[in-house]
Structure formats: C-alpha cells, structure tokens
Design a protein around this ligand. Structure first.
Ligand SMILES: NC(=O)c1ccc[n+]([C@@H]2O[C@H](COP(=O)([O-])OP(=O)(O)OC[C@H]3O[C@@H](n4cnc5c(N)ncnc54)[C@H](OP(=O)(O)O)[C@@H]3O)[C@@H](O)[C@H]2O)c1
Length: 266
C-alpha cells in the first residue's frame, strides 16, 4: 500500500470501457489498483499511464475469468492481499441476439463470466473484509436486470442475478461495515456493443451515455451511500416507488394457503 492510499481496489474487466474509467477515477481518489482482464498489453499501458499521472501503485493480472485456473489465481489474491479494500466486479459480456439466434455454448460462457466468476470473486473477498470490518464491493449489473425484455434473455437473466445477489448481500452484511453497491447502467459507449453483436452506431444516440459520465455518476451514487445506482434515471423517486412496491409484496409471498382466486377456480 503506498502512502496516503485508501487501500487497493481490484477491478475486473479493467482493460477497456467502464472498467478502465473506474481504474482512472479510483486512482485519482487515492486507491492503489490491481487491474484484471485478458488483454495484458492494454492493462500494462493503462497501468503505466495511471502510475505516471497519479503516482499510485498499479499491478496487473492477465487472467481469463472464464477459466477456472485463472479465476483461482485472482480469488487467491483477494483472499490473501491484506491491502485490498475494494472489489469492482465489472468484467462481463453481453449479447443482443434473441434465443433462437443464439449459440448455447456462448450463452453458458456468458453465465460463467457474468454470474459464476462474479460470485466466486465476491466469496473470496468478503470474509477478509468482514474480519477487518472494512471493505466495499461495486457490482456492475445493468438496467436489463430489471428490463430483461430489452436484450438477450440470458444476458438480462445474468444481470438480474447480479442485482438479486447484491440486494441479498446488502442485508447480510448490513451490520458489518461492508458497502455493496449495484450499478445499473443503461447503454454505455464501449466496445461492449460490437462484441455483443450490435454496433454502437445502430443505437439512438439519446439512449447512449459516455463511459466517463456513467462511472462518475455511479461513484457519485456510491458517495451518497446508494445501494442501487441507475445513472440515467432522472427521478430517484421512481426507483424508490419500485423498491417500495417490492418490499410491500414480501410479507404476502409465502403463506400457508393458496390465494382465494386459485381456491375459487378449483
Ligand atoms: N456498455 C454497456 O452498454 C453496458 C450497459 C450495462 C452494463 N454493462 C456492463 O458493464 C461491464 C463492463 O462492460 P463495458 O461496457 O465496459 O464493455 P467492454 O469495454 O467490452 O469491457 C469488458 C471488460 O471485460 C473484460 N473481459 C471480457 N471477458 C473477460 C474474461 N473472460 N476474463 C476477464 N476479463 C474479461 C474485457 O477485457 P479483455 O477482453 O481484455 O479480457 C474488458 O476489460 C459489463 O459487466 C457489462 O455487462 C455495460
């Protein structure tokens, strides 16, 4: 840990897009960094620039988080590096094709990265955070976690998992001084779209945010203590009403008798 450091933030998917902007912003906030992705050349270049510009210590780990051995190496770092105080679970891939046009092996790879890797990394980080009574996790979900009709259903399902997992962790870790934030970006101008199967230029520009604005908004939400941040949503009361409706449902979802409308039909 370098002097005046807030500890180290480990950021997955830091070689481009949203993850690279988190790296930039967190270094400027005083975090040392561990940057994880497959493309070592891009990670090294970013690490050099951020070290030059901010003086922070920046390490890189080239790892394919879809590969169990590589993932295991990153889990080990999270379990053992006492300087780590933040995990940004950002690495992820999407798809824009519907079910009938999708390759099931690609869908499974997406679940492995977006769901399984994120879960394993969280399990590796949390026990040490709890032991030290300090730590933050930022989980990059997506608006499709609550609007799965908008894109490929496996992608939406994977991001609904990230949101549900985050909500559950917030409750479980509430009294342990561990912050867990879910970020639900809308369309963001990164390589994501080309890789997912739809060029960015095909999207209406009024729905696309820059990665810089997206990350700055999500960190502003983090500073406000938000549990769920939706960078584009103009009125926070709309999310609060949605969440209040969900909370109102909870006591009625598990009861000893079926609802009257089903008994009447029997
Ligand atoms: N862009 C959007 O519109 C949007 C909207 C909502 C949510 N998101 C979410 O935001 C996150 C970041 O995406 P982005 O938009 O910044 O896209 P991006 O520029 O394509 O970045 C994805 C990052 O994940 C890394 N990655 C991909 N597969 C990996 C693997 N198997 N192992 C390790 N790293 C891997 C990539 O690096 P390497 O190729 O070097 O491995 C890259 O650094 C994702 O979780 C995405 O679902 C994006």
């Amino acid at each position: 840990m370098t002097e005046n450091s807030k500890g180290t933030a480990l950021i997955t998917g830091a070689s481009s897009g949203i993850g690279a902007i988190y790296a930039d912003r967190l270094a400027r906030r005083g975090y040392d960094l561990i940057l994880v992705a497959r493309n070592k050349g891009r990670l090294d270049e970013l690490a050099r620039r951020l070290t030059d510009e901010t003086g922070r210590a920046v390490e890189v780990i080239a790892a394919d988080l879809g590969n169990k051995d590589d993932l295991g190496r990153v889990e080990k770092v999270l379990r053992t590096d006492a300087s780590i105080t933040m995990l940004v679970n950002n690495a992820g891939v999407g798809a824009t094709a519907p079910l009938l046009a999708s390759d099931i092996d690609k869908m499974e790879e997406m679940i492995t990265l977006n769901v399984s890797a994120l879960t394993r990394l969280t399990y590796a980080a949390v026990p040490r955070f709890v032991k030290r009574g300090i730590g933050s996790i930022i989980n990059i979900a997506s608006i499709v976690g609550i609007a799965p009709e908008r894109l490929n259903g496996v992608y939406g399902g994977s991001k609904a998992f990230v949101l549900a997992f985050t909500l559950s962790l917030q409750t479980e870790l509430a009294d342990k001084n561990i912050r867990v934030q879910a970020v639900l970006p809308g369309a963001t101008a990164t390589d994501f779209w080309g890789i997912a199967g739809t060029p960015l230029e095909h999207l209406p520009s009024e729905i696309v945010m820059s990665a810089e604005d997206m990350v700055d908004a999500s960190l502003a939400g983090f500073d406000l203590g938000e549990q769920v941040t939706i960078p584009a949503l103009p009125d926070a009361r709309d999310w609060e009403a949605y969440e209040a409706a969900r909370q109102k449902l909870i006591p009625s979802l598990s009861l000893s008798t079926p609802a009257a409308r089903y008994r009447a039909a029997g």
